[in-house]
Design a protein around this ligand. Structure first.
Ligand code: ADP
Length: 458
């Protein structure tokens, strides 16, 4: 609002400014004898009337203008501008108004730009794959991204960090950053909980105004998978060496015996040679399995594209394995529809899956039992079930059977010539074919291994 205090005083100054030059001229004319004194007074009073009128007019115009400015300033930035122009007289009110409206438009543009930058920043913040938290001076979570919300499955706003993470080394680093003792630190820790997760936390200080009000940005990087992969690699090397060392030790022992105590004992020689033969075969089988596993893994991303009839592949495998089945006193029954069951696949790899599964069913099935194989087709997939009548597998082992070298009974597996890699190979081939492996087992009754493959629609 226009401040109208001192209105009279201000008008008086205004009138003084108008009348002063007239008064000076009148006094000069009187002093020259050109004008009588009474006319001089009249002359001096002449501009007072128009002066008051002009002053009031100016006052009104500035009041209207100030109201408009006040309205523009207090209205929401993106609200409507007041339409039309102001009736003006003495002052260039409309020009001023136009300038204000232009200023307002440029403010709107600046604001829009700032808002779009802010939206981009929020979007990027939420698209970050790693959980990110911003902590205030009191270690409370003031901001967090979508990854953080998913990671903790909670709305973290305004909660103390220790409600979710309380590892001492992390809290120490956060406090040190908030206290200005460090600028950044990386802390690695294992999260408490049933499924322990390995986390690498980056604690970084956000400087506040004048070095005060420090905040911290906390980025969490889940290392669990990387650690697991590293552990698997270490375990794999250890297991593979162990698997090779055992037959090698037997071979070395047998050779030394043949060179020494059994050098002349033909019966012992035959026994040791047959043992050496079995161990060499075991090593060779192990190396074959390792090589095929690494080759399958290398091509796992590339789905095979040949058109393959699963029934045909399975019948060939069964044909080759029947002799081994009868050696073990077992039979194999195949129940399959007459028409071809087509999939997009790799014939040799599918044969390898069936060989491994039927071989296991024969190895782990009880004596004089049958292995049954069912081939069925649904609208979208083809299922091959291999069912044995063995001891079955305790349920706690089932999820781990496809890990390399994982065995329920290692001695029994080795005794049967197993390498512990058969089901790992099956899993990778099935995954390459975009299929699924299902394992069901009942203790004392037997096991069923089912492969589901996407059917080829021609
Ligand atoms: P292996 O060479 O030891 O047979 P696999 O990877 O083929 O290795 O199988 C892993 C383990 O799973 C086996 O050692 C065995 O304990 C178990 N297993 C696999 N198939 C069967 C089955 N049909 N019945 C019972 N146990 C099985």
């Amino acid at each position: 609002m226009l401040n109208s205090t001192g209105f009279i005083g201000k008008m008086f100054v205004f009138l003084l400014l108008i009348t002063t030059p007239v008064a000076i001229v009148a006094i000069w004319l009187v002093s020259q004898g050109l004008l009588p004194a009474e006319y001089a007074v009249l002359l001096i009073l002449t501009p007072v009337g128009p002066g008051v009128l002009i002053y009031n007019r100016l006052l009104r115009e500035t009041t209207v203008l100030s109201h408009r400015i006040e309205h523009e300033a207090s209205a929401p930035l993106f609200g409507h501008l007041l339409p039309g122009s102001i009736r003006s007289g003495l002052l260039p009110v409309n020009d001023l108004l136009l300038a204000i409206q232009q200023y307002r438009r440029s403010m709107q543009n600046l604001f829009k730009e700032a808002r779009s930058h802010q939206d981009d920043a929020i979007l990027l913040f939420n698209l970050l794959p790693d959980p990110v938290l911003v902590l205030d001076q009191k270690r409370r979570i003031s901001r967090f991204n979508s990854a953080a919300r998913n990671f903790f499955s909670a709305d973290l706003a305004e909660t103390d960090l220790t409600a979710y993470l309380r590892h001492p080394s992390l809290i120490k680093a956060v406090d040190a950053a908030l206290g200005g003792e460090i600028e950044s630190q990386v802390v690695e820790f294992k999260m408490a909980g049933s499924v322990g997760r390995y986390i690498e936390a980056h604690v970084t200080q956000i400087p506040g105004d004048g070095g005060k009000d420090l905040r911290v940005i906390l980025t969490l990087h889940d290392l669990t998978t990387a650690k697991k992969t590293e552990q698997m690699r270490v375990d794999f090397v250890a297991n593979a060496s162990h698997e090779l060392r055992t037959p090698l030790a037997i071979l070395i022992g047998a050779i030394e015996t043949l060179q020494g105590p059994a050098a002349t004992d033909r019966e012992a020689q035959a026994r040791f040679l047959s043992m050496m033969h079995a161990q060499s075969r075991r090593m060779s089988q192990l190396i074959d399995d390792l090589l095929s596993l690494s080759q399958i893994e290398m091509n796992e991303h590339a789905r095979p594209s040949d058109q393959v009839d699963v029934t045909d592949v399975l019948r060939r495998v069964v044909g080759l394995i029947t002799t081994r089945a009868s050696d073990l006193g077992k039979t194999i029954n195949v129940m399959a529809p007459e028409e071809p069951l087509l999939v997009s696949g790799d014939k040799d790899q599918l044969a390898q899956i069936f060989t491994n599964l039927v071989d296991n069913a024969l190895k782990y099935g009880k004596e004089n039992t049958a292995v049954s194989i069912f081939l069925t087709r649904s609208e979208k997939s083809i299922a091959v079930s291999i069912i044995d009548q063995g001891e079955g597998i305790p349920s706690e082992h089932i999820p781990r059977l496809t890990e390399r070298f994982y065995r329920v009974d290692s001695d029994r597996s080795r005794e049967m010539g197993g390498t512990g890699l058969g089901l790992a190979i099956v899993k990778h081939i099935v995954s390459r074919h975009r299929g699924q492996l299902e394992i069901d087992s009942e203790l004392g009754k037997g096991s069923r291994f089912t492969i589901h493959l996407p059917a080829l629609v021609i």
